[in-house]
Design a protein around this ligand. Sequence first.
Ligand SMILES: *Cc1c(COP(=O)(O)O)cnc(C)c1O
Length: 374
Amino acid sequence: MKPIQMVDLKSQYLRLKNEIDSAILNVLESTAFINGPDVKFLESELNEYLDSKFTIGCANGTDALQIALMALDLHPGDEVITTPFTFIATAEVISLLHLTPKFVDVLPGSFNMDVEQLEATITENTKCIIPVHLYGQSCDMQPIMAIAENHKIAIVEDNAQSVGCNYTFEDGSSRKTGTMGTIGTQSFYPSKNLSCYGDGGALFTQDEALHDNIRMIVNHGSKKKYYNDVVGVNSRLDTIQAAILRIKLKYLDNDTSNRNSAAEYYDLRFKENELIQTPERSSNSTHVFHQYTLKVKHSRNELQTALGEKGIPSMIYYPIPLHLQKAYQTAGYSNGDFPVSERLSEEVISLPMHSELSQDQLDHICDSVNAFYP
Ligand SMILES: *Cc1c(COP(=O)(O)O)cnc(C)c1O
């Protein structure tokens, strides 16, 4: 059996090696390292894949979030709502821009924003909501979009973990995550579902004026070279990374289906075990299984150690909810404020999940988890 990885980038690379090597070599030959043709091609291929009007490449998913907030007309002290059960980047950019992060708890089943609690968190200072499509499933966007529209609030979808996920509205129509909000943001970090060989990110919008604004911000606030209209940033997707992403995008749906097969097998093997809860599937969202995350009744950390001893990596996403992080200790939150996130941080454990898992690896993982909870 091949060694088990959380994400097996090496096996994926070997499967696509010929295409990827030649795509990288082409960039080397062209020396168009910055804003080369592959960047534009990738942007239009992402538009097509996501049915999005505009895609703008940038340097990473955290930049994408920051640039999204810079592109909206926000002012210091404006409140931006997100959940405390996410990666730090989501809240970090809010604080960096001197905006105020406000948290709404998540649902224990989907791990996504509890929309019922959203309305009560909105004040006259609320200017933006950042729903995070966690682990590969969409937040319940229809009510979030209705609330945002009512209150004239922007939505920035943090789609770092859910590229390719589909959300279905009550009328039966559906949209890809990242294309429903005012702006959507993507990360192409190596462990993400659509990933490059370094850092990369993108923003999506359906609004031409916002697109123009974002293009200007990512390029030093400049439309015309050496004429700077606003204070911007330098955030670019490298041509080499775009060339790699163009290859991987062709295989994304196939990779997602491999992830789903692995998830279905995990479900099957754990469903009889009363000490383990398998991930819930939202009725109005597909799942792209960025993570396969169990909730366990007890001894989560001991399980992690036991799996490690059998050569099985696992991760805790996330061990400390954001409102209890040291970085946010002066934000006025305390233990007990977001009980669901706090409980989840003690119950969750993510198992190896990627497009290259073999049956013998899956069996070894399932046997080992079930043996720990007999
Ligand atoms: C990975 C991730 C980011 C940040 O992406 P980077 O490319 O690493 O900057 C932001 N939000 C979420 C939810 C993520 O998982």
